[in-house]
Design a protein around this ligand. Structure first.
Ligand SMILES: Nc1ncnc2c1ncn2[C@@H]1O[C@H](COP(=O)(O)OP(=O)(O)O)[C@@H](O)[C@H]1O
Ligand SMILES: N[C@@H](CC(=O)OP(=O)(O)O)C(=O)O
Length: 519
């Protein structure tokens, strides 16, 4: 037990890559919200004033959930002393889900979609009335009314057709970001900030990449950004998160929770000095703070560690956020919009001081993350060994079903291939595998396609874990001493160990890793 506690605790006290951010005092609001200048100025190769002059701020739905919260973030933006800034904003909390729900209701011919649309209208109208007055209010309310009327017509069409295409749905849900950003930019203008508003569908071009993903077209987006800036010279821009266009100028989205990704892409396009992701917690915790009360804030994370944490369920950061900024070494800082004293978590290339830190085992586990509602599929049989194409056939079937494979393990004997898929997809996967391998199962070359539903993945994350002997031994000996029913399918990656674990056990497991033990 002690070993595991130490693995975590010593890491958490390291402060080698702390962001040089000053907290804003609640009484003295004039202390600068400086971004970190220590990162290099990236090469400037276009007419956009790039490099250290731009800071990107991203505010999630939680930060713009009410009128008071929008005022709060307007204050934060006004206090930021960066020379140039882009503020990327998500829809007000719950609005994206409300919009998807409108579509679902209309598709299923549920007349209540009209009342649900009224609720969306009221929410934004009341928020604007709380924050704005005069021409700004009149202008927003007139835009909102027009949009709602258009939405009524669109939803009626969906109702009649009983179907909405993906791009039509993307167009509908994107209104949430249009409204939140228009309200914020009006509040900023009211506060004396000369800011421009941009619908990022005019700038950000992405190509569908299958599996609910899109790939940014950086060259085209940069060209469009440059043109937009020429027509709208700006030092402060409020930009919609989440939404974008295809190369054919069809509205699309960066998919659920994609605003972090929007901010990171903008960071790369501007070669910004920093991307600050504002949310409702003090930074990245060593585990989900809603599940583990002992979780502690991580001062720093490498890009790889942050990616692993987010991939394995730490939804404070969208997994794709890391890639655009990593290209230019742009740091991401996660900060709490409700606690400006907290310096947050800085995500950057592993800092030199940490590299030079004593090579102690104890420093190698940064945190734990979990993915719930996972099923294990085990395809087993002596006839698999030495047969080329078995793995390809298995995963071809999974692909055809459209299921997402979260982790893969293969016994060194080639006797079994085991993988995780989301619980809700496992029935279809198992059925398709049994059909595809019916002959092999009948002949005994495959002994079974076994499914173990209702599991969670517990991932231990740390940059140097994979290359350090003894980390998994320590983890598993400590866990095994305390926890019953641990399924030891382990995958050691570049920065993490993933372990599918009985679902009921995982909160205790994660807590145990933090010295909580089993109560
Ligand atoms: N390891 C973690 N560190 C910090 N927060 C986490 C972690 N795992 C899960 N979370 C949850 O992520 C939430 C923030 O993400 P999200 O709700 O998407 O915010 P936003 O609306 O600001 O984008 C936090 O409130 C926290 O409960
Ligand atoms: N509003 C979108 C995009 C997003 O990223 O939102 P948030 O920052 O609140 O997670 C969504 O809910 O998916």
């Amino acid at each position: 037990m002690d070993g595991l506690c130490n693995l975590l605790r010593t890491t958490f006290t390291a402060a080698s890559c702390r962001p040089s951010l000053c907290p804003l005092s609640s009484t003295v609001r004039s202390l600068p919200l400086r971004s970190d200048n220590s990162i290099h100025e990236a090469p400037v190769n276009s007419s956009i004033a790039k490099g250290g002059t731009w800071s990107i701020h991203k505010f999630g739905g939680t930060c713009v959930g009410t009128a008071q919260r929008i005022q709060n973030i307007a204050d934060i933006v006004m206090e930021d002393s960066s020379e140039r800034k882009m503020v990327v904003v998500s829809a007000m909390a719950k609005v994206t889900n409300m919009m998807y729900d409108l579509i679902d209701r209309a598709q299923s011919r549920d007349d209540s979609y009209e009342l649900a649309l009224d609720a969306v209208f009221e929410k934004h109208k009341l928020t604007a009335i709380d924050l704005l007055d005069g021409d700004e209010l009149a202008s927003f309310l007139s835009t909102l009314s027009l949009d709602i009327n258009n939405l009524k017509a669109m939803l009626r069409t969906i109702y009649i057709a009983r179907h909405a295409t993906e791009s039509f749905s993307d167009f509908v849900v994107g209104y949430g970001e249009l409204w939140s950003t228009q309200i914020l930019s009006s509040v900023l203008r009211k506060g004396g900030i000369d800011c421009n508003w941009v619908d990022t569908r005019d700038i950000l071009i992405v190509t569908p990449a299958g599996s609910n993903q899109v790939d940014p077209d950086y060259a085209e987006s940069e060209k469009r950004l440059k043109n937009w800036l020429l027509q709208n010279p700006s030092k402060a821009i409020v930009a919609t998160g989440f939404i974008a266009s295809t190369p054919q100028n069809i509205p699309t989205t960066l998919k659920k929770d994609g605003s972090d990704f929007s901010a990171a892409i903008m960071g790369a396009l501007f070669r910004a000095q920093q991307v600050t992701i504002w949310t409702d917690v003090d930074g990245v915790y060593s585990a989900d703070p809603r599940k583990v009360s002992e979780a502690v804030i991580l001062n720093t994370l490498s890009y790889q560690e942050a990616w692993e944490m987010s991939y394995f369920g730490a939804n404070v950061l969208h997994p794709r956020t890391i890639i655009p900024v990593m290209r230019y070494d742009i740091p991401i800082v996660i900060r709490n919009v409700f606690n400006l004293f907290a310096p947050g978590t800085k995500i950057c290339r592993l800092p030199v001081s940490e590299k030079e830190e004593k090579q102690k085992l104890e420093t190698y586990v940064k945190g734990f993350a979990t993915i719930d509602n996972v099923a294990l599929v085990n395809v087993e049989g002596t006839g698999m060994a030495g047969v080329p194409g078995t793995a390809s056939a298995i995963f071809g079937v999974v692909k055809d079903v459209g299921a997402n494979v979260i982790m893969i393990f293969q016994a060194s004997s080639e006797h079994s291939v085991c993988f995780d898929v989301p619980d809700k997809e496992v029935k279809a996967v198992a059925k398709a595998l049994e059909t595809r391998f019916g002959q092999a199962l009948g002949a005994g070359r495959l002994s079974q396609v076994a499914v173990i539903p209702n599991y969670s993945i517990l991932a231990a994350v740390g940059q140097k874990m994979a290359s350090t002997p003894g980390v998994s031994a320590t983890l598993f000996s400590d866990l095994a001493m305390e926890v019953l029913g641990l399924t030891c399918d382990v995958q050691v990656g570049q920065a993490g160990i993933g372990d599918p674990t009985q679902r009921e056990a995982h909160p205790e497991l994660v807590g145990y890793g933090h010295g909580g033990g089993i109560q």
